[in-house]
Design a binder for this molecule. Structure first.
Ligand code: NAD
Length: 497
């Protein structure tokens, strides 16, 4: 295996986007940031710069919010557009994503260190699906007639868009999270200022341009790349932003919730996880091991719902650990644009250091650490790693590592494992592998997590709500439930008697 990584050749369209001068996207067009600041965007597989992105400041956020506020005026093209037309615009945005699916996938590989197949089949496809799914909703958002107890008074409810939405997203699914946040917000009739992660700003900027070409009125969607503590904070603090929808770490989510509380600002939080995955003795072991390994190792473990705590029945524990080690040993690291790559890099040097620290600590705390073969020295790779002989109180079993690191824990009894699986400050996802329908029902009822998988892992669907219990957040992305986060209920009283 080669331990150096070169950036393979890229398409002309992507090269052209990466060569653009740093910009924000405001009121329908790209312009230089008022801050005058920018930062290099690195290819995580090589550590080399692939472009330069704007670092918007408070003045840029101010202008973006002003554009979104104008676009939300009751007489604006967006507010006067019929629900049917709004749905058609969303549908065309979904089509526009698919029309450039290969280029978007390439961009996500270069920005976020993804592997091309997953970027194309999951990130890009699921982003488009979100727009296509929510395109059906504007015509179905309805109020109700209230059974009034007052003679001569008619009461009904309306569902109004919440207003200007500030969307702040993580680097691990840059385009996909645009779909998850923007599609329901736009379907509800809101306008948006999006601050993508500073690590991965390119796909959001391109999407905003395509959205305007698809018929979204200028100012409805504005994008300001920038640092979290600067642009992100300015968005959270802005008095004209009605709602913050955030995907990122639990630590930052808590900070945002505290600051937003000062203005009683609505907040949806999609945060971290330490998801429990349980293999019972009667499971189809081949499927369970493949699904569990796939769940933790794809995107090098940088998924919020990664099944990073694997509970295995003691009778099959050693066999499962052996199989998982063999999978870790067989994953081919490399650049995500190379066809045979199976293990991509971590997003940046800080993340690699964090993951290395966690693995070191697991060894120091007495666990057995099995690391896959050496990874390239270029970029920010980390070997696929299986930790066994661990206990529930070790750091590797409690904290989100966000790397290709799996902690395996044996169990003896169903009640015991369901209790232990739920002993976490998080509650994003959980999974069970069993052939026994009773065990499956018992477990899905008991586990306190926003998504519970049975004999599978990791799929999402635009119609299925996604979000967390406990410190994995509140509110939901996707599905009808997500619309509630972008709507206010208004009671309308008409005195006719
Ligand atoms: P992060 O919290 O560091 O950053 C997320 C976003 O918040 C970025 O855009 C960042 O610039 C911004 N930000 C940082 N500080 C801010 C501040 N003070 N005010 C406003 N914005 C600020 O998270 P990350 O490292 O980008 O992403 C990884 C985390 O995201 C993991 O914890 C992962 O579990 C979580 N995540 C959750 C979901 C979900 O749906 N629950 C999905 C993807 C990722």
């Amino acid at each position: 295996m080669t331990l150096t990584v070169e950036t393979p050749s890229i398409s002309a369209a992507v090269a052209e986007r990466l060569a653009r001068a740093p910009h924000v996207f405001l009121a329908g067009h790209a312009e230089a940031p008022l801050s005058g600041e920018s930062r290099p965007v690195l290819d995580p597989a090589t550590g080399r710069a692939i472009g330069t992105a704007a670092c918007g400041g408070a003045a840029d956020i101010d202008r973006a919010v002003a554009a979104a506020t104008r676009a939300f005026d009751p007489a604006s093209p967006w507010r006067t557009m019929t629900p049917l037309e709004r749905g058609k615009v969303l549908h065309r945005i979904g089509d526009a994503i698919l029309a450039r699916a290969d280029e978007f996938a390439e961009l996500e590989v270069l920005d976020a260190g993804k592997v091309r197949g997953a970027a194309r089949g999951i990130d890009v496809d699921f982003a488009a699906r979100a727009f296509h799914y929510f395109a059906g909703w504007p015509t179905k958002i309805v109020g109700s007639t209230v059974p009034s107890s007052h003679p001569g008074i008619h009461i009904r409810t309306e569902k109004d868009p919440v207003g200007v939405v500030g969307a702040i997203t993580a680097w691990n699914f840059p385009l996909l999270l645009c779909g998850w946040k923007l599609a329901p917000a736009l379907a509800s009739g809101c306008t948006v200022v999006l601050k993508p992660s500073e690590e991965t700003p390119h796909s959001a900027l391109w999407l905003a341009e395509l959205a305007v070409e698809a018929g979204l009125p200028p100012g409805v969607l504005n994008v300001v790349p920038g640092l979290g503590g600067v642009a992100g904070q300015a968005l959270v603090d802005h008095p004209d932003v009605d709602k913050i929808t955030f995907t990122g770490s639990t630590a930052v989510g808590k900070r945002i919730a505290r600051r937003a509380a000062d203005q009683v600002k609505r907040v949806t939080l999609e945060l971290g996880g330490k998801s429990a995955n349980i293999i019972f003795a009667d499971a189809d072991l081949e499927a369970a091991v493949a699904g569990s390994a796939g769940g933790i190792f794809w995107h090098s473990g940088q998924t919020c719902s990664a099944p990073s705590r694997l509970f295995v029945h003691r009778s099959v524990h050693d066999e499962v650990v052996a199989r998982l080690r063999a999978i870790a040993d067989g994953l081919r690291p490399g650049h995500g644009l190379d066809a045979d790559t199976e293990l991509g890099p971590l997003v940046n040097a800080a993340q690699r250091e964090r993951v290395e620290g966690h693995v070191r600590l697991a060894g120091e705390q007495g666990a057995t650490v099995h690391m896959g073969p050496e990874v390239p020295r270029d970029g920010y790779f980390h070997p696929a790693t299986v930790i066994s002989d661990a206990s529930d109180d070790m750091t590797c079993a409690r904290e989100e590592i966000f790397g290709p690191v799996l902690t395996v824990l044996p169990f003896d009894d169903t009640d015991e494992v369901l209790r232990r699986a739920d002993d976490s400050e998080y509650g994003l996802a959980a999974g069970v592998w069993t052939r026994n329908v009773n065990t499956a029902h018992r477990a899905t009822k008991a586990l306190r997590a926003g998504t519970v998988y049975v004999n599978g892992w990791g799929l999402t669907d635009p119609a299925a709500p996604f979000g967390g219990f406990r410190q994995s957040g509140y509110g939901r992305d996707l599905g009808p439930d997500s619309l509630e986060g972008y709507l206010e209920t208004k009671s309308v009283w008409t005195f006719y008697g």
